[in-house]
Design a protein around this ligand. Sequence first.
Ligand code: ADP
Length: 316
Amino acid sequence: LGPTVCVGEILVEIVATTVGDGFLEAQPLVGPFASGAPAIFISQCGRLGGAAAMVGAVGDDDFGRVNIDRLKRDGVDVSTIAVHPDYPTGSAFVRYRKDGSRDFVYNIARSAAARFGWSPRVSDLINRTGHLHVMGSALSVPSAREVIDKAVDIVKARGGTLSVDPNIRKELQLDVETERRFLRLVAAADLLLPSGQELERAAGITGEANAIRRLFEIGVNEIVLKRGAEGATYFGRNGERIDAPAFLVEEVDPTGAGDCFGGAYLTCRRLGMSPDEALTYGSAAGARNVTVRGPMEGAGTRQELDAFIASTERLS
Ligand code: ADP
């Protein structure tokens, strides 16, 4: 039915290599790494060999080229990534605190990442898209909203499917309009990929079981709840539940785990695998990615994930 398409922000990330608690402390940095949750997701789809394309924008600069080269190498169709002549590529500086939390300094709103729109090229792609993936974070980017609204309608009308990763930090208050869009998107989703408390937030109800029931009532078909180092759980419409234990790895950089998990899970499902098999690849992709510094540097090909699965113990 056509490629998997992801719409949203494309960034470079520059990451501190030490852990500290003072924001003004000078720290050794590494990067730039290709990033942006939607870009990480689509990179993992491409590496696994699923047909994949990205809609977004970068600036006409080296940071933009880092992203385009990277996604091209991963097998992603980059012809709908616009190169903006006047705005720089989006960027994020990331620093890790001693308690495991992260601080970000973002430049997204004033970058090319927030300046793309519907175009004849995007229209042509969306009209042959089989699956659309949307990250909740993209809803905060005004130009992405229009593209997402149109794309959801077109893809669903032609019998394609939609997956949604809420990707909303728990402390983030969405404005009324964004919250409304978010809930509409959840209701249109075939596959939902929440992590932690996003499950209850997407369902608008407290309690895991209540949330799952409510989401199936409003039309979601499949839910995969991500639980970080504790693994992931699949819930099917007919009461099926599969718990996927996490692989035992040493976490170097947690950024991108959920996006790699989602990209691998979705691609495996689209390639015809069962939820159980897709969960194994998703869990492997998430775990492998946290062992490498950089948001998508540890995403894996089929061969790399098979080797990882064969050689890595899982929680029992
Ligand atoms: P998100 O980044 O969306 O919050 P998670 O952190 O839950 O998502 O990560 C997604 C998946 O990646 C998890 O369900 C798990 O399978 C795997 N994963 C993430 N962190 C680790 C870790 N430290 N060790 C092993 N697996 C992990």
